[in-house]
Design a protein around this ligand. Structure first.
Ligand SMILES: Cc1ncc(COP(=O)(O)O)c(C=O)c1O
Length: 421
């Protein structure tokens, strides 16, 4: 079906049609076709708090929050204020020189990350932060191999892409199967086999793999990975781009599993949804190269000064006691609401939850996909899990209230009735 035919089937304004056509022509033909074909011709217009509106006026409750980017909601007033204040006196800065904004953010990151994580390398994205983590691990250990999960996603830049889905990397002729090994999630034997050659620089792992639908690891899995890393002198890198910044009930998911990584990655919500910024925080030992090679990683926009000022405000809000209290209360409400739905609807056959992160499994190979498409016209946006389409990622933000969650449950129930028949 051509784009024009797909658009003819949808009720959209001439303005939206023009925007979709522009994007199709100049940016992303396949993506525009895929969304139009799925009945989700979304072009985001107004956005505020945990709601946004399509440019044709359709209101959506945001239960996707773009993987945590909108943890604090869209355009949180404090984040808008931080950006406006930053713009009043700063610009992106000059990455060759020290800066107050970068220094203050890095100091706070060292204080707020677990154990002896100390040095920060600031990047423009989560993918690049993973690239830097991989380079740092290779330099620190003198080894080249990286082990990650088959279920993992770490970005689409060079090294981070190779550490993710093999088929994606291979499509661009950029897979390095001898150096980037993948193991199944939750399998300590497979992990040990991969590490036992003592030639692996780092294990790169999402504590709860987002794109796989948030499977919650068994209690002993991440501590087990940590001890294997210790045994085989491999570094442990926690990719907390989606799980960090308070969503699991602690500031970092590794803390909920009692695990101390050698490097921790953050991104997405770090910029409060207002400015792109990523970071890898590492121990002094892993970051020893920073003391000897000042220009070992350079990025014009990595650690932009405006971004650092915004991120510092966002980090404080995510780490605030009041925020943690709300996450704790809303997590209980979420658990009850999902358990209630599950008890009445066998189509919702699995609920995975940690804090305000949830993966909902449906009794159909494409259940998550069907639910996302059905929830869209009902006014709720939640995204299916890219690596397991039975699952829907259901991710309320940190500051939601009961009424907002209740609206979510109601819409989930209507969608379940429609999809399950
Ligand atoms: C766990 C994880 N790591 C890394 C990334 C990459 O971040 P970015 O898109 O900022 O490069 C993502 C993005 O979705 C992610 O979910």
């Amino acid at each position: 079906m051509s784009l024009a035919e797909a658009l003819d089937r949808l009720e959209i304004s001439p303005r939206k049609r023009e925007i979709l056509t522009l994007n199709h022509t100049y940016l992303m033909p396949n993506r525009v076709e895929a969304w139009a074909g799925a009945g989700v011709p979304l072009v985001i217009g107004r956005r505020e708090g945990y709601r946004f509106w399509d440019i044709d006026g359709h209101e959506l409750r945001d239960f996707h929050i773009n993987g945590g980017t909108y943890n604090l909601g869209h355009r949180h007033p404090a984040m808008v204020e931080a950006l406006v204040e930053g713009v009043a006196t700063l610009d992106v800065g000059n990455h060759h020189f020290p800066s107050e904004a970068r220094g203050r953010l890095a100091e706070r990151l060292a204080e707020l990350t677990p154990g002896d994580l100390h040095y920060s390398v600031l990047t423009p994205s989560g993918g690049e932060a993973n690239d830097v983590a991989i380079k740092s691990a290779r330099h620190a250990t003198g080894r080249r191999k990286i082990v990650s999960l088959e279920a993992g996603y770490h970005g689409a830049s060079g090294l981070s892409g190779a550490a993710g889905n093999d088929a994606e990397a291979a499509y661009f002729n950029s897979a390095y199967p001898d150096e980037f090994l993948k193991v199944p999630f939750g399998d300590l034997d497979a992990m040990e086999k991969a590490l036992s050659g003592r030639d692996v620089a780092a294990v790169l792992i999402e504590p709860i793999p987002a794109t796989f639908g948030f499977p919650i690891p068994e209690k002993d899995y991440l501590p087990g990975v940590r001890s294997l890393c210790d045994r085989y002198e491999t570094l442990l890198v926690a990719d907390e781009v989606q799980t960090g910044l308070g969503r699991t009930g602690r500031l970092w998911a590794v803390e909920t599993f009692g695990v101390q990584p050698d490097m921790l990655i953050s991104g997405k919500g770090l910029g409060g949804g207002m400015y792109p910024i990523g970071v890898v925080v590492m121990t002094r030992e892993v970051g020893a190269w920073l003391a000897e090679r000042g220009w070992g990683y350079v990025s014009t926009f990595g650690g932009s000064e405006i971004g650092c000022a915004v991120a510092l405000r966002g980090l404080e809000l995510c780490a605030a006691e009041e925020t943690a209290r709300n996450v704790a209360e809303m997590s209980v409400h979420l658990e009850k609401g999902l358990a209630d739905l599950r008890s009445r609807h066998p189509f919702l056959c699995d609920v995975r939850q940690k804090g305000l992160i949830a993966g909902l499994g449906f009794d159909d190979p494409n259940g998550g996909l069907q639910m996302a498409a059905t929830l869209y016209p009902l006014g709720l946006w939640a995204m299916f899990a890219g690596f397991d389409r039975r699952y829907l990622q259901f991710k309320p933000g940190l500051l939601v209230d009961r009424a907002f969650l209740d609206e979510g449950f109601e819409k989930l129930e209507t969608a379940i009735r429609r999809v399950a028949g």
